[in-house]
Design a protein around this ligand. Structure first.
Ligand code: NAD
Ligand code: DAU
Length: 357
């Protein structure tokens, strides 16, 4: 039986996955099947605008469940798998690493095993065009000093958190499935994303929402840690390009070439909110900044060398940080219902537990 013009996306109800699906449906012609467990981080509301679209379907389920994944692949016969599903928050991985090993390592393993079985059953011509794209992170490379060269695709792995160690393990499994079995894999390692639909446990949405509510803005340690920020739509476009044009078996680093210290990020958001929300409970918003205990094993600096994807696939970020952060802050201000939804229930309990220690 032949492959269909359909891609299987895992973790498509999360932050990057939902941005990816929205962009895919706007820009591409293949159908999308979204397999997502709907953990605390998965929010079907992110995909409300395409829920009834003929090109989109949702299947709730766990990537660890091999029977489910295997039968889904046999029934749906996708031409590609784009694998976002993961536990993604470093702080949570420090408090409870189990789910990280379960989903990021065992889940990727089960997906690879079932993808291999499905791919092996395809006619030869289709085996050549099938793709397994694994979405990973710059954190697998460890931490840089202030003058170190940016991470390239050949930088040795040196993960420092349970999260990054679990992602590194999954990257190695993907590599091994290509080398050993010939599975046509692609891996992307990306820097920090920001934009719409990001769960407000991550720095940028957390700061926006706390600042609006007059709550403390927790800055870990001295606030001088550096991240390389990329607008999520640029990341999604890069994944689409790697999927269609990337060299099988290769990895591609993706980044914003936009290094900022955490304190600069917080200051920028506060300045924007001073302009956009002059009547908030505490103005200037930066009066809310609170330096708190540092994250254990906190990586000092990430930076991506993106010359490979620029040279080979002609991808470059389109959004500048100045335009991207303004768009992002405005998005959270204009989507009060979404914010209300995600900040109720489990998320509140997590915040209470996390920040009370
Ligand atoms: P997220 O936490 O917002 O979303 C993860 C999604 O995966 C959720 O919808 C969740 O329900 C789903 N999921 C979790 N466990 C699952 C399981 N066992 N089975 C099926 N679905 C499951 O994550 P994100 O920020 O959108 O990140 C997506 C991917 O991109 C991850 O692999 C992450 O490591 C990677 N990444 C993220 C960033 C970033 O800045 N956010 C940067 C680089 C790479
Ligand atoms: O680099 C890519 C990674 O970026 C992804 O792989 C991860 O999935 C994603 O969560 C993100 O990891 P970070 O740990 O860099 O993101 P986070 O938003 O948690 O933190 C960004 C920086 O801000 C980091 O140096 C820690 C700091 N921070 C974070 C929070 C939540 C604070 O100072 N205060 C906070 O409250």
């Amino acid at each position: 039986m032949n492959m269909r013009n359909l891609i299987l996306v895992t973790g498509g109800a999360g932050f990057i996955g939902s941005n990816f699906i929205l962009q895919w449906i706007e820009q591409e012609s293949s159908l999308v099947l979204n397999l997502d467990k709907l953990t605390y981080a998965g929010n079907p509301r992110n995909l409300e605008s395409v829920a009834a679209h003929p090109a989109y379907r949702f299947q709730q389920g766990d990537i660890v469940d091999r029977d489910l994944v295997g039968s889904l692949l046999q029934r749906e016969r996708p031409r590609a798998i784009v694998h976002f599903a993961a536990e993604s928050h470093v702080d949570r991985s420090i408090h409870g690493p189990d789910d990280f090993v379960r989903t990021n390592v065992n889940g990727t393993f089960s997906l690879l095993e079932e993808a291999r079985a499905y791919w092996s059953s395809l006619p030869e011509a289709e085996r050549d065009t099938f793709r397994f794209l694994h979405v990973s992170t710059d954190e697998v490379y460890g931490s840089l000093g202030p003058d170190d060269a940016a991470f390239s695709e050949t930088t040795p792995y040196a993960p420092n958190s349970p999260y990054s160690a679990s992602k590194a393990a999954s990257d190695h499994l993907v590599r091994a499935y290509h080398r050993t079995y010939g599975l046509p894999t692609l891996t992307t390692n990306c820097s920090n994303n920001y934009g719409p639909y990001q769960f407000p446990e991550k720095l940028i949405p957390l700061i926006v929402l706390n600042a609006c509510g007059g709550k403390p803005l927790p800055v870990y340690g001295d606030g001088q840690n550096v991240r390389d920020w990329l607008y999520v739509e640029d990341h999604c476009r890069a994944i689409r390009i790697v999927l269609s044009e990337g060299r099988v078996g290769d990895t591609y680093n993706i980044g914003g070439c936009n290094e900022k210290k955490n304190l600069e990020i917080v200051d920028t958001i506060c300045e924007l909110l001073d302009e956009l929300r002059p009547n908030d409970p505490v103005v200037p918003h930066r009066n809310l900044i609170a330096f708190v205990k540092d994250r254990p094993g906190h990586d000092r600096r990430y930076a991506m060398d993106t010359r490979k994807i620029e040279r080979e696939l002609h991808w470059r970020p389109k959004e500048t940080f100045e335009t991207g952060i303004r768009k992002t802050v405005n998005w959270y201000l204009q989507h009060e219902d979404w914010v209300q939804d995600v900040t109720s229930g489990g998320y509140r309990q997590w915040i209470a537990k996390h920040y009370s220690t």
